[in-house]
Design a protein around this ligand. Structure first.
Ligand SMILES: [Zn+2]
Length: 379
């Protein structure tokens, strides 16, 4: 029997994580190629149990959605990987058959009840349940929802999917710095374009403005061309759903670490300076919780001053609650792009060639299975 996940509260909103997969795939060199191993050693004792396997030396990560319930809205933030998706280049995500919708039901929500799907970006493990396979064709999993996401992400994805040169808004801004990788193949075709064709998409400018009462998309580009962190304001409290700004709590302590998945590493680096410096729109924020299984148990003393994030990828809930004068209409300024001088020094030469991908498929009864497959981070 699938049990409902724990629910957290931010103001009048309740937040429940809907799990899809756990991954124990990456060692340090694979997730952060070229970075100094001391970055991990410095903070190994600060990492929560369950977020790092000290024996195998692998980071524990998860892929999941966040269910946000408010008095008048039922919202999903990101939609994980999805079943039946053809991802041969990413074996861990290939042809999944996970009880994601059963877990959503265990939380008390049917797909038809979801009225908004908010996407931080359009990578494979964030948009998959946008569509599901029925009678051989992709149909919207959440037929009554408005799918809200960046128009730039859509335009860029469309140009790559059709093999055309990105032009106009689809063209990466020079301020992003060089692109070192691109989104995975087929994701746009089976999980993004069908949303648009179904008439359910609402494409937005990621500029910090409210898209729904108390909800705004904050620019945190770099991991992808127009990655957004989604800010929820309710009852004088805030939560920030940070998407893939970070891939592990280690980056809370070491924000200079770029994961191998960042498409535009220089901009990704800048976006992790979220709560530092003028112009972020979050300055003055006080983080009151981070990386704990239960917010009430969080250890404030261990928090770095820059705060921490309600982190999309970690198995532990990292809550970014900020005590600040709430200004719902405040539009954060896009984080300043680092100059070449401020960007971290070039990493050391890496010998990493990939990772051992251990997919942990939980059956919700405490048993789990591990599967091994190559994960080529360069894809
Ligand atoms: Zn991503």
């Amino acid at each position: 029997m699938i049990q409902a996940a724990k629910t957290y509260h931010v103001g009048k909103a309740s937040i429940t994580r809907i799990d899809e997969l756990q991954l124990a795939a990456f060692k340090f060199d694979a997730l952060y190629p070229g970075a100094e191993p001391q970055s991990l050693e410095r903070h190994r004792d600060q990492l929560e149990a369950g977020s790092f396997d000290p024996v195998a030396g692998t980071f524990i990560q998860s892929i999941h959605s966040w269910l946000v319930r408010r008095p008048h809205h039922t919202i999903l933030i990101d939609t994980a990987t999805g079943n039946n998706k053809n991802r041969p280049e990413i074996p861990s995500l290939h042809q999944l058959n996970e009880p994601f919708l059963a877990r959503l039901a265990a939380a008390g929500v049917t797909p038809e009840q979801v009225d908004h799907v908010l996407l931080t970006h359009v990578h494979a493990d964030h948009v998959g349940w946008n569509m599901r396979l029925a009678d051989g064709r992709w149909i919207p999993t959440f037929p009554n929802a408005t799918y809200v996401f960046s128009g730039i992400e859509q335009a860029y994805g469309e140009s790559l999917a059709t093999g055309t040169q990105p032009t106009g808004t689809a063209r990466p801004a020079p301020a992003l710095g060089p692109a070192l990788r691109k989104p995975a193949d087929r994701v746009y075709d089976d999980s993004v374009r069908p949303v648009i064709e179904s008439g359910l998409a609402r494409l937005i400018a990621v500029d910090g403005g409210e898209v729904l009462e108390g909800i705004s998309f904050i620019p945190t580009p770099g991991h992808s061309i127009d990655h957004a962190s989604i800010r929820l304001v309710s009852g004088g409290e805030q939560a920030l759903f940070a998407g893939d700004v970070m891939h592990h709590p280690l980056q809370v302590y070491e924000p200079s670490l770029n994961s191998c998945f960042c498409e535009f590493p220089e901009a990704a680096w800048a976006s992790r300076q979220l709560s530092q410096g003028a112009g972020s729109g979050l300055q003055g924020a006080l983080a009151i919780g981070c990386t704990g299984s239960r917010p009430s148990e969080l250890d404030r003393e261990r928090l770095p001053p820059r705060g921490c994030l309600l982190h999309r990828e970690t198995t532990r809930v990292a809550t970014f609650k900020m005590r600040l004068p709430v200004k719902p209409n405040e539009a954060p300024v896009r984080a300043a792009h680092p100059t070449s001088a401020s960007f971290p020094p070039k990493p050391r030469a890496s010998t990493a060639t990939g990772s051992t991908d251990r997919r942990v498929a939980s059956d919700d009864t405490g048993r789990s299975t591990c599967r091994n497959a190559a994960w080529d981070c360069s894809r």
